[in-house]
Design a protein around this ligand. Structure first.
Ligand code: BGC
Length: 372
């Protein structure tokens, strides 16, 4: 079968390879499903792996098949598969419990404390930029046909759902928490999905991005669902408090770490800040008013949490939000998929769009591997 692979440690090594087609019997105890990939998403992580910033091949291979955002159709199942039948639409989760930490052992591998982790298309497991994959049904999320057109967005959404779940769990420290206002920093695909998920929960939402709003699709998408959009060139997050008040919840998705310190200063009492950017650089931030930030966090009982990866329950929450979004804001999610590349052969174009995202006005780029 065709797949897109990289050689770890080698810059810009992405290429089309002919890989062995997986089989249902590759998965033990008859619990496997063979899945035909219909669509696969691309994100900054894929670009960083192709830039050789990280990425590890499986032990038995000298290359890594890329891709972790996925959507496919089951074409064959093993004899002990209970919940799936051929024809079902599915999305696979990303991380597997192959480590030794207690969290791997209890199926909460998204909270692993191991430094070595196993993620499809990222670390030690082949990914989904391929024609097929086989997987244990435990890691496959069933997708209602009504949301087939947008299900490729489920994986990025699952990270956000995990962030919200953690925020809710942490806030059970308060007997009453009725958050009303939220700021979302960054309006790329994660930021926009966060804005959507918060609007579905009834929040007053304020999105912030770098670009000026005029003619900017991301800004238009914010407004289309009743959120505001401001360019931080015109209104800083710190100054936005004068206009919108302090925020009960802030979600950071810019990839620019200094903004975290601004966010910390705009959080309301008892509020919570969720961080989602994987910032691989070595930036140091001068001029941070650390005494003030620390004091406000202490006196205001403020909280901050990171969110990475997601487990089955977060994907399942995401399925419900995708369905609700299609009902409340029909067509909005599809507008986020700005670039569709036919066939895996178009991988060079996908990387070009990832490199020059804003010049290409890209929000989400996907491969259409096979017809839905
Ligand atoms: C993926 C996560 C993964 C993280 C770190 C993200 O792009 O969506 O599933 O845990 O990268 O590798």
């Amino acid at each position: 079968m065709k797949a897109i692979a990289i050689t770890p440690g080698k810059k810009h090594s992405a290429r089309l390879v002919e890989a062995e087609k997986p089989k249902v019997s590759d998965i033990k105890d008859g619990r496997g499903a063979l899945v035909q990939v219909l669509q696969a998403g691309a994100c900054g992580t894929d670009r960083e792996i192709n830039d050789a910033e990280y990425g590890t091949a499986p032990e038995s291979s000298d290359y890594l098949i890329l891709g972790h955002e996925n959507f496919g159709r089951v074409i064959e199942v093993g004899e002990n598969v209970r919940e799936l039948t051929p024809g079902d639409l599915v999305v696979a989760t990303v991380r597997r419990p192959c480590g030794t930490s207690i969290y791997d052992l209890i199926g909460q591998q998204d909270f692993t404390t191991d430094n070595t982790y196993y993620e499809h298309g990222i670390s030690r497991l082949h990914g989904f930029w391929a024609e097929f994959y086989s997987e244990d049904e435990d890691f496959l999320i069933k997708i209602p046909p009504a949301i087939a057109d947008v299900a490729v967005l489920l994986e990025p959404l699952s990270i956000i759902e995990k962030g919200f779940k953690q925020a809710r769990d942490i806030q059970t420290r308060l007997d009453i928490w009725h958050p009303k206002t939220a700021a979302v920093l960054g309006t790329g695909n994660v930021g926009l999905l966060t804005i959507l998920a918060l609007r579905l929960r009834g929040f007053e939402v304020h999105g912030f991005g770098l670009d000026k709003p005029e003619g900017y699709l991301n800004a238009e998408l914010c407004k289309a669902i009743g959120a505001t959009y401001d360019s931080t060139l015109e209104l800083s997050v710190t100054d936005s408090v004068e206009k919108y008040g302090e925020y009960d919840l802030i979600f950071e998705a810019t990839g620019y770490s200094p903004i975290v310190f601004e966010a910390m200063q705009t959080l309301a009492e008892n509020g919570i800040l969720i961080l989602s950017s994987v910032t691989g650089g070595d930036r140091h931030t001068d001029g941070v008013p650390s005494d003030l930030i620390n004091q406000e966090f202490v006196l205001g009982n403020r909280a901050m949490v990171g969110t990475v990866n997601a487990n089955r329950e977060h994907f399942e929450l995401g399925v419900k939000d995708l369905a609700l979004a299609e009902a409340m804001y029909p067509g909005w999610l599809s507008r986020m998929i700005t670039h569709r590349v036919k066939g895996l052969e178009g991988f060079a174009e996908v990387f070009d769009i990832l490199e020059n995202g804003s010049a290409n006005k890209a929000i989400k780029t996907i491969f259409e591997v096979s017809d839905i």
